[in-house]
Design a protein around this ligand. Structure first.
Ligand code: DHB
Length: 388
């Protein structure tokens, strides 16, 4: 069994890469130890940069984002009990799309199926060999498989095993932990606001996001050790309402909570992103805290670059092209790391924060919304339109 590119991980990074490669006439096999249903039923973030949406549409994955997605031309930053709109369209001429990552996954999985791509969900016992590039695994029918390839791509997410195939002597892992987490819910209720609301409050951060006319997504900062089962619907709503309350009378439209999870997060970058025949993409190479929803967008930006370089390496006999991958991808990765860190630290309350810390944050938020330069800086990061 042979293929040109063996891809470990059938999330958005792995599937998009496989799709882009097949458009360049390069075949790949994608494996994942999760079943398709498991991936489809995991709630993930919901914001696509315009360039991410274009990638889905223009490369023929699907145009469902244009029909089922919602363009958002800005966000509200809420602090001191008042909302301040940051108008992305006016500031950088670009909007973003509210379109859940789960929908992106479904579109990609359907496109790979439509195009007869080789994607194996539900495999087990995966082993990769980077010296004689190959993947070994047991497929979902219990049959042992070995697939030899020219290149291996680790797109196996934030708990990547592929990244540990880069020897310790050459790799550097840089990370930052945060002393808080997000309590995320899905509620069956109408929208509370036309766009997303990022709220700073004395009780900590809250994010009011959306999904559909009937279901909404919301988060609030919590202790990482929080047990969701100790939170009744009443207690959740009381906390969320308190964090968005203000003199303008803004309140959330409540409904039954149909899903609740605690999301721990951190910042992480693994370098180099390439070691010999192994390349890392998406969360396997870098994780961002969720504030600003950069994770999926960064993964798609990685594989856009990677597919072009693999095409040069394998079809135009230019193996040195792969040397460009890390440097090109990491420029964006570190800008997004900074943006996600900045949004996180500007909006969350650190345990033990002093009055000084909180007033300084409010000063920062006030200067960001009052200054056109400050707002544009935020808009560039949020839309992923960083100046080169
Ligand atoms: C969502 C998640 C985010 O981290 C974010 O910044 C915006 C939206 C979401 O799940 O809808």
């Amino acid at each position: 069994n042979r293929t040109q590119v063996g891809i470990i991980g059938a999330g958005p990074a792995g599937l998009m890469l496989s799709h882009l490669l097949s458009r360049s006439g390069i075949d790949s096999v994608v494996i994942d130890n999760r079943t398709r249903e498991e991936i489809e039923n995991t709630v993930r973030a919901g914001i696509l940069e315009a360039d991410s949406a274009r990638l889905l549409v223009d490369t023929g994955v699907s145009d469902r984002v244009l029909r089922d997605g919602h363009p958002h031309e800005g966000i509200d930053l809420r602090f001191g009990g008042e909302s301040h709109r940051v108008d992305f369209r006016k500031l950088v001429g670009e909007s973003v799309w509210l379109y859940p990552q789960t929908a992106v996954f479904v579109d990609l999985a359907n496109a790979r199926e439509r195009d007869h791509g080789d994607v194996r969900f539900g495999v087990s016992g995966t082993e990769v060999d980077v010296t004689t590039p190959s993947m070994r695994f047991v497929d979902s029918d219990g049959r042992p498989q070995e697939v030899r390839c020219d290149l291996l791509v680790g797109a196996d997410g934030s708990r990547s095993v592929c990244r540990n195939e880069v020897p310790e002597s050459v790799r550097t892992h840089r990370s930052r932990e945060y002393p808080f987490a997000w309590f995320g819910i899905i509620t069956e209720a109408p929208r509370s606001a036309p766009e997303l609301v990022y709220a700073h409050s004395p009780r900590g951060f809250a994010l009011i996001s959306q999904r559909t006319d009937t279901h909404q997504r919301m988060y609030f900062q919590c202790d990482p050790e929080t047990d969701p089962s100790e939170w009744t619907d009443d207690r959740i709503w009381e906390e969320l309402q308190a964090r968005v309350a203000g003199p303008d009378g803004f309140t959330l439209k409540e409904g039954p909570v149909t899903e609740k999870t605690v999301l721990r997060f951190r910042s992480f970058v693994a370098e180099p992103m390439r070691h010999g025949s192994l390349l890392l993409a998406g969360d396997a190479a870098h994780t961002v805290p969720p504030t600003g929803a950069k994770g999926l967008n960064l993964a798609l930006a990685d594989v856009r670059v990677l597919s072009e370089l693999i095409e040069r390496a394998l079809r135009r006999n230019d193996p040195a092209a792969l040397d460009e991958y890390g440097p090109r991808a990491l420029d964006r990765v570190w800008k997004a790391q900074h943006f996600s860190y900045w949004m996180t630290t500007m909006l969350h309350t650190l345990p033990g924060a002093t009055d000084f810390d909180v007033r300084r944050q409010l000063g920062e938020l006030a200067s960001v919304v009052a200054s056109e330069s400050g707002s544009r800086y935020l808009a560039e990061g949020y839309t992923g339109r960083w100046p080169a």
